[in-house]
Design a binder for this molecule. Structure first.
Ligand SMILES: Cc1ncc(COP(=O)(O)O)c(C=O)c1O
Length: 446
């Protein structure tokens, strides 16, 4: 292909991308994918250590998924999910609910994670109102969390830098601390109870949290945390929403992160991995009883929807992806190799004084960077921003990787390879990460 940049890029506005990176033509242009690898327009090969964006569970270049989409387009490209439906939506709903924990027995389909979160917020409001609790409108979420960019989801998001430009437009959702640094799960969860009591239990409708939080860097909660959230929500009639836009469909070695933490939430939001990126999909799984209570109420409708919700092609791809993941033992692959992956990352930490911590589980990790772990010298805020925005993107590209440099919280590398990665691909990823960490050490050598 070969682009004539930077002129070619001026006709599009990139998401969350600094104008400088975009204008000086340093943005990679990927043209092809196969398995765990990507190729750019110059024919250079990259190891996709982020599964695109926590998405491509089954790997790139699957013609069976492409065929499932094409077949559905020929058969029936579109009918809505408003007062009608179609076979792929019925089948996808059966399949996904059959894998979901507990009585999460109904799906509301949308097309993105933000929309899934937005839908959970709106369901909460309508549910409580339908049950005679119109005051229960407040949402509690956690600091450093990312729940999406639409106004409701952004109100739940706990990252100041992306909220700040829009503050006058956002809802006043309540925030408590993430589990970063927490060791006592029950004590960490108590913050939610304190926030509910301070706000007045009759005004709080929902708690939303990721089982393993991405913002802050793959924060695995201490034992007992989610059990305590469940107890608190039951006590105060608050809906517990697990935001599993990243955590679900095998990322943590289970179909759903809630399964891993051992709790059935009232709602579970998902997106990304449900189609492995072969079509856009999002959804909210809702407990049967909650759905019935709303639908049997006087209004009897969830007053919310969108043209593309439950799109036939996305539904066909969801079925093809989830079925293939199940039949090919993709989750077993994660379970089998996650320990090895973790050990290799721990070895990188052990041999590099500029790694402060490795966190995560399954195929989802953060490698947190510092100046010197042993001497307790941390990066300043300025150094963190420069490292993440200026140095790391180039180093990552030089190492032939697609991974993410993140400074939400401390500077870190986020790793989330396709779930089909085996020892060979993990070794390639580890070698690249080792190279990036070594070069990062030179930037702030002490
Ligand atoms: C936990 C979580 N929730 C919601 C979202 C928003 O999803 P989307 O980008 O599909 O709107 C994301 C996106 O990364 C996410 O990680």
């Amino acid at each position: 292909m070969g682009a004539t940049r930077p002129d070619d890029l001026k006709h599009m506005v990139l998401h969350f991308t600094k104008g400088k990176a975009w204008r000086d033509a340093s943005v990679p242009i990927y043209v092809r994918g196969d398995g765990c690898h990507l190729w750019d327009e110059n024919g250079r090969r990259y190891l996709d250590g982020l599964a695109g964006l926590f998405v491509v569970q089954i790997g790139h270049g699957r013609s069976d998924l492409a065929h499932a989409a094409a077949k559905q387009m020929e058969q029936l490209a579109y009918t809505p999910s408003w007062a009608a439906t179609h076979p792929p939506a019925i089948e996808a709903s059966k399949l996904v609910t059959s894998l979901a924990p507990g009585d999460l027995d109904a799906v509301f389909w949308v097309t993105s994670g933000s929309e899934a979160v937005e839908s959970a917020i709106k369901f909460t409001r309508q549910y409580h109102r339908s049950q005679g609790n119109p005051e229960k409108t407040k949402v509690i979420s956690r600091r450093l969390s990312y729940h999406g960019t639409t106004m409701g989801a952004l109100s739940a998001t706990g990252l100041d830098s992306i909220r700040e430009p829009f503050l006058p437009l956002l809802g006043g959702f309540l925030k408590v601390d993430s589990t970063l640094g927490a060791t006592d799960g029950v004590a960490a969860a108590e913050q939610f109870e304190e926030a509910i009591l301070a706000a007045g239990p009759e005004t709080v409708g929902m708690i939303i949290a990721e089982p393993v939080q991405n913002g802050g860097g793959a924060l695995v909660p201490p034992p007992g945390y989610w059990q305590e959230l469940r107890r608190i929500c039951d006590k105060y009639n608050v809906l517990l929403t697990a935001d599993e836009v990243i955590n679900s469909f095998g990322r943590l070695g289970h179909w759903f992160g809630s399964e891993m933490v051992g709790v059935v939430p009232d709602m579970l939001t998902f997106a990304k991995g449900a189609t492995s990126g072969y079509a856009p999909v999002g959804g909210v799984l809702i407990r049967r009883q909650r759905v019935d209570e709303l639908l049997d109420s006087a209004n009897g409708t969830f007053t919310h929807g969108a043209t593309w919700g439950g799109h036939p092609v996305s539904m066909a791809v969801t079925i093809a992806n989830v079925t293939a993941m199940r039949d090919e033992g993709v989750l077993d692959n994660v379970q089998e190799h996650a320990g090895y992956f973790r050990d290799q990352l721990d070895a990188i930490a052990a041999s590099h004084d500029n790694v402060s911590e490795v966190r995560g589980t399954g195929y989802f990790y953060a490698v947190e960077l510092t100046v010197s772990r042993d001497r307790g010298i941390d990066l300043t805020d300025d150094q963190t921003v420069r490292l993440v925005n200026e140095h790391l993107p180039r180093m990552i590209q030089d190492a032939g990787l697609l991974i993410r440099a993140d400074n939400r919280g401390k500077a870190k590398l986020m790793l989330s390879p396709p779930l089909i990665a085996k020892t060979e691909e993990l070794d390639e990823l580890i070698a690249g990460v080792d190279q990036v960490v070594s070069r990062a050490a030179e930037v702030h050598a002490v």
